[in-house]
Design a protein around this ligand. Structure first.
Ligand code: UD1
Ligand code: MG
Length: 451
């Protein structure tokens, strides 16, 4: 069965108190909208339609950054969830399969849950995802008879008996797309909120003899984010799950509560992640790599046997081959560090390539930026870069070459050569003592004058 995702993301999220639309606030380093898009991938969707409204261009940009084929439709006025879904109808006019409605502000629905809904769809025209709520509060209530879902009542419109029901509506609905859009045309807005409720399609479907059912999931999955407090709770829930997943995957972490993950962090078995390591988006750490305390890693790849940190920063495009070393106060950006190469202390290596088994001395900097453009530094294999070398890019240092400490290298260094680019040292015999005496007597005179 082919499927289309319809992701509702038009709301402003007033309670976030933010200029950023709610669905672009981040959880695990990614806009919460992307979590819904990612979960939907389990259904191998043929189309994804994101319904945007408030700050629609910004939301569209984030959706396209994740998947450039996403269709974005604008809902100018937020007249209700049914009205929002209706905006997707023209984009899916030729889609013959199913549609599933997801919310951009509900990031924790698990892929298995959507898979269970898809199974239930085989025997029912409409499948709604429900959950048993600890405190049903203002959620819509699912009215069930036997196996059949008869209707969904919004809290505002529910009578006292209906309000006692604790099986609540998550908002996620699955149906054949043409059925969904057809039912929506029959939805009105004569209700307590004056909104077009998507939930009304269930009662309409039943009155037409269609079958509806509910699938249940854990309440934690349906957590919606409406406020900063919700966002903080969601981040904590995300991190707890990511940590548990990491040790289930065999990652060694002496203090997991101090390690922070992004939603796409990949870490291999027996990799060691020490205390206070933070992963931004796009980090892959191979089996048997070692990340020492207080390091920050994003958009990078660390191979088996490599050691990073403590206090290292790997930025996007940092590629560490096997057994590479990146030590304390070293920043690596857009640079490939070949096998066994070492950058152990206080360096910046950006837009560069460091060949195998080369050693980069403390304080080395690739001067990659001229104020307007970025340039590359190429360092060969088995090179020795002396401490405090400035490599003014574009520049190439050949295999097995050396630079003298303190050199400012602005010309290529041929293979096997030693480059010395610093002022020659001059020793002046006895000069230091004479200078000390002169300075001391000057200070004495000044102190006397002050009395
Ligand atoms: C909705 C459900 C309710 C359910 C609850 C779960 C309806 C009528 N009610 O209520 O049964 O228990 O979710 O959280 O569906 N949106 C748009 N355009 C609109 C309206 C909403 O894009 O015109 C988006 C919102 O940005 C949000 C989602 O749809 O992501 C849900 O809307 P919201 O207003 O939060 O619905 P609830 O009142 O919470
Ligand atoms: Mg809501």
């Amino acid at each position: 069965m082919s499927t289309a995702l319809i992701i509702l993301a038009a709301g402003e999220g007033t309670r976030m108190n933010s200029d950023i639309p709610k669905v672009l606030h981040r959880i695990g380093g990614a806009p919460m909208l992307l979590h819904a898009m990612r979960t939907g991938q389990v259904l191998a969707p043929d189309h994804t339609v994101v319904v945007v409204g408030y700050e629609g261009d910004a939301v569209a940009k984030a959706a396209h950054a994740y998947d450039e084929d996403v269709l974005v439709v604008q809902q100018d006025e937020q007249l209700g969830t049914a009205h929002a879904v209706a905006q997707a109808a023209p984009a899916l006019a030729r889609h013959a399969g199913d549609a599933v409605v997801l919310y951009g502000d509900t990031p924790f629905i698990q892929p298995q849950t959507l898979a269970r809904m898809a199974e239930a769809r085989a025997a029912h025209d409409i499948v709604v995802l429900g959950f048993k709520a600890e405190d049903p509060g203002r959620y819509g209530r699912l009215v069930i008879q036997g196996d059949s879902l008869e209707k969904v009542v919004e809290f505002k419109d529910a009578n006292a008996d209906e309000r006692k029901i604790n099986l609540c509506n998550s908002g996620i609905i699955m149906a054949k797309a043409s059925t969904l859009f057809d039912l929506i045309t029959a939805v009105g807005n004569d209700n307590a909120a004056g909104e077009y409720y998507l939930t009304d399609i269930v009662a309409i479907a039943r009155s037409r003899g269609l079958e509806a059912t509910a699938v249940s999931c854990d309440e934690a999955e349906t957590m919606g984010i409406n406020s900063r407090a919700d966002l903080i709770a969601a981040e904590a829930a995300f991190q707890a799950r990511a940590r548990a997943q990491a040790f289930a995957d065999g990652v060694t972490m002496p203090a997991p509560d101090t390690v922070f993950f992004a939603c796409d962090t990949v870490i291999g078995r027996d990799a060691v992640i020490e205390q206070n390591v933070v992963f931004g988006p796009g980090a892959t750490i191979e089996s048997g790599a070692y990340i020492r305390a207080f390091s920050h890693l994003e958009g990078c790849h660390v191979s088996r046997g490599a050691i990073v940190g403590p206090f290292a920063r790997l930025r996007p495009g940092a590629e560490l081959a096997e057994d590479a070393r990146v030590g304390n106060f070293v920043e690596v950006k857009n640079a490939v560090i070949d096998e066994g190469a070492k950058i152990n202390h206080l360096s910046y290596i950006g837009d560069a390539h460091v060949g195998a088994a080369s050693n980069i001395g403390a304080g080395t900097i690739t001067c990659n930026y001229d104020g307007v453009m970025k340039h590359r530094t190429e360092i060969g294999a088995r090179v020795f870069i002396g401490s405090n070398t400035m490599l003014i890019a574009p520049v190439t240092v050949g295999d097995e070459a050396m630079t003298a400490s303190g050199s400012v290298i602005n010309k290529d260094v041929p293979e096997g050569a030693m480059a010395v680019a610093r002022a020659p040292q001059v020793n002046k015999p006895g000069f230091a003592r004479k200078l000390f005496e002169m300075l001391k007597s000057r200070k004495e005179k000044r102190d006397k004058g002050a009395k």
